[in-house]
Write a protein that binds this ligand. Structure first.
Ligand code: DCM
Length: 132
């Protein structure tokens, strides 16, 4: 079973979202940025590496957020809370990034603008934003 880690990155009390460019069924939708855990890596190491590569940011990784979401028979998506420590996200592999507060997150979810797997974490994300 392979794992994909996604970061619920908080900076200045807001949540970071990144806009996907592929595959076509989710291109244009917004996600928690992250990527696949490589052999020999912890989830935390994988998330720090992916966020460095994709966005040029450094984060402190925290707790698991919500429940894992199955993507395929052999692939599961895990969200980890994280705090921005250094850098300002510059999209290398996404078409755009944005920082959102709860009302905007809720509107985006209601309009179906989040990738389906990540939409499962809406309540957990709202709770995370509430305590920051
Ligand atoms: N994925 C997702 N939600 C995220 C990050 C990734 O649903 N927040 C999915 C999209 C792909 C798989 O995980 O099916 C691998 O992601 P990537 O293509 O970004 O490596």
């Amino acid at each position: 079973m392979r794992e994909v880690v996604a970061g619920a990155v908080i900076g200045d009390g807001r949540l970071l979202l990144a806009q996907r460019t592929y595959p076509t069924d989710v291109a244009g939708l917004w996600e928690l940025p992250g990527g696949k855990v490589e052999a020999g890596e912890t989830r935390e190491q994988a998330l720090r590496r992916e966020l460095g590569e994709e966005l040029g940011i450094e984060v402190r990784v925290g707790r698991q957020l919500g429940d894992p979401v199955p993507l395929r028979a052999d692939l599961v998506l895990v969200a980890l809370a994280a705090d921005l420590i250094k850098g300002s996200p510059r999209p290398e592999e996404h078409s755009a990034v944005r920082w959102v507060e709860t009302p905007e997150l809720e509107s985006m979810a209601a309009r179906g603008e989040l990738v389906p797997a990540d939409a499962a974490w809406l309540d957990d994300l709202i709770e995370l934003l509430a305590v920051r």
